[in-house]
Structures are given as structure tokens and as C-alpha cells.
Design a binder for this molecule. Sequence first.
Ligand code: BG6
Length: 463
Amino acid sequence: MTKQFPNGFYWGAATSGPQAEGRFNKKHTNVFDYWYDTEPEAFYNQVGPNTASNFYNSYKEDIQLMKQTGLNSLRISIQWSRLIDDFEKNTVEPDGVRYYNAVIDEMLDQGIEPFINLHHFDLPVALYDKYGGWESRHVVDLFVGFAEKCFELFGDRVKYWMTHNEPLVVVEGQYLYRFHYPKLVDGKKAVQVAYHLNLSSALAIKKFKEFNFEHSQIGVVLNLTPTYAASDSKADQKAARIAELWNNKMFLEPAIHGYFPEELVEILEGDGVLWNATEEDLAAIAENTVDFLGVNFYHPNRVKAPDIAPNSVGAWMPNRYYDGYQMPGRRMNVDRGWEIYPQALYDIAINIKDNYKNIPWFVSENGMGVSNEEKFMNSEGVVEDQYRIDFIHDHLSCLHQGIEEGSNCFGYHLWTPIDCWSWSNAYKNRYGLISNDIRTQIKTIKKSGYWFKKVAEKNGIED
Ligand code: BG6
């Protein structure tokens, strides 16, 4: 039996500027370019973002290949460090304008709906050096200026805009768990950055509304990682509630309801790390919520009560309130070290339906990163990634159930169309429907790419 998806469902994939384009003709450096330039050994096999998947040069051919995998939509991001010449005056780089116009037009010519994101971890490093990046209220205004420029230049053709991708990852990577440059451990700054990212999204939405576009909408992409407690015990349940507040609700509630969860504010205040906010900015957050939501989902978050008392000594970390829990017998992606739990997509769908106004949403990233995929290559050079087909199928099946029960999901985007560069993991984990030989940049559709095309054509999956 075919599980049919709603008419007009978006079958697509997602990538980002820094991970696909390469640094060709880019005037400015973003934080990842800079980190690679100064510490290449922090990147898997010392591969940096200089070439990435060469999308800057081969976007036409790449989009044609994507078309052959059935995509009717694609998320890319506009690099602030490519488009803007002077960050204060907001003047543009002519080649950046030419390039993004050409890419958007090419997508539209080939029948692929552009989903455009404005920030995917790629703050210009100059704004970190000068102001401390997202720690600074001034950088929020500069981001809104950049967003305005994007709406002005490309808003006539773009229907779906997104302000940020996974803002929580910026907070955790840069300010808590040290997996993004500048690798600080500073709870107070982390919390301020979380607030500023929320605020910058709301203010960019406010700016967007001033354009009065009739054909377009704006949202944000959040990595919603549902929390599951290890047991029904009071302590585990409390740990799960706080993990949920930090990991999901800190961005979800302001984006959709316009305010921060009270209990989170109380905890942060009690711990002396609460953000500085003004009445005016809080009002802007309240008034400028999203039109739709993008949800990135990779793995569930299982937690238990912490082994070390939360008020013990040490730097402030949100995970003083919860420890990770590894469920015995869980299904695993052993390459990435992540649990595979498709049921969570159903839980997300129902959570959005019941608690978040049944707002329109789409799966903006989901996927399976596997290393050394060459070992699955057949004599024709096609990667036979049946595991990825199974992974996508199982997630779509759970998503379908959520939609059947009334959740307002309008698309599914896989991470990613073509194997691309990924932050410090570089090319370690391959996620694409299309493989990329990074020495030659020869790109070949995988078995999953042919399968995905059939799914998109049928607008459904087989049981
Ligand atoms: C998502 C990010 O969190 O995960 C992507 O939005 C990233 O930018 C993807 O590439 C996969 O990450 P990784 O580290 O497994 O390559």
C-alpha cells in the first residue's frame, strides 16, 4: 500500500553556503574560514571549506543532477561574508549579488523552489573580532541590515525565507562545549547569545513584514531533539523537563508564541546567567513570530538525572541538570554515533500540532551520515546505500502518521543533496543522495538518489 503525502508536498534537500560553495571570490572570511586558516589540524583530514563541493562554480550542473533525484525544492544559505562588502554601511559585493541571483534563477528555471536561509553558523569573523559576534546587541542590528538587503535583492523570487539554522548549535558549539570557533566555555555569554539569536530572528521578521510581499513567508530552522526520560522516576522526569527547556523550548517558544518559558528564565536567573534584555526588544520578540517552522531532526535526546549534583563546583553548563542516557538495545548509526529513532518524527509532528498552534512546518533536515561509503560502491561507481533508503523510508513512515493525524507538515528535506563539507567533520560523514569525489569533484547519483526520485514522483512511499 502507498502512503500518500499531501498534494504539493515539498520533496527536497538542504545544504548551506559555507558547506557547498567553496571560498571562490569571497571577499570576507567567516568564523569557520578563519578557524581553518589558523588551525587546520582541528578539521578531519585537514580538509577545510576552500573548495567544499565547488557549488560556486558548478551550480548549474549540480542543480541538474539534483533534479534527477526528484527534488522540487532546495535549501541553500546566503553567506553574509560573500554578499556584503561593508558590514556597517551594508553595501554589497557585486559578485555576491550576481552569484546568488544566478543560483536562484537557475533553481527556478529548473523547477526547484528555493528555500533561502540567512545564517548557518557563518558569522563574518570581523564581527566576532570587533564586537564579540552574537554577544553584541549591535551585531543583531547588523544582521537585520543584511537580512533587509537579501529581501530587497531576492525577495521578488523567493517564497520561503529562514532567519537561522540551528541557533542552539552556535550557543553550544561556540560558548559551552567547544566544537565551534572560538571554543569558549562561558555560560553567561552563551545565554546572552541565545537571547540575541532569538531577538535577531524576530527583528529580521519585523523587517521582512515591512516589505509586504504577498507571495512569501518567513520562518526559522530549529534542531528539535525530543527529550525522552530514562524512567518515570521523579528525578529523571525533572532532568528531561529541564533538558527540553534548554534544547528545544528556548528557541521554539519565542519563535512561535513570542515569549521565553518562565521556568527556564527562573533557572537561568537563579544561576546568575540570565540574559540582559530590554522591554522594547522583548516586545519585538512577542510581536514577530514565525509564519512556519523548519525542523532538523537526526536523533533523540535521552536523559537521566545527573550523577553530579547540579550545584557542585565548575563552570555553568545547562547539562548540570541532566546526563545523557544510552538506551539498551537502541538502533544505532555506528558511523556517526547517533541513535536512529524514527518514531521521534511522529512525536515532533504531534507536539507541533498540539502545543504550537499546529503551525505549518517542514522537515528541514534529516539524514544519515556514513563514513567510507566507497566500500558500498558497485562496478559502475554507484554507492549502493540501502541503509540510507531504509533510514529515510522509516522516518517518512512515522512522519506520514503524524500528518494523517492532522499535523500541518508541508515538506521533507534530506540533509543533503550532494555530499558536502561539514564544519570540523569536513568530509568524514557522507549524507548525500549524490556522492562527490573530492579530489576530482566528480558527482554521481547514489542508489538512494534514484529511489528518492520515485518517492517524489509518486508523492508517497510503499509500506
Ligand atoms: C546539522 C547542520 O546539524 O548537521 C549541518 O545543520 C551539518 O550543517 C549536519 O552538516 C551534519 O553534521 P555532521 O557533523 O554529521 O557532518
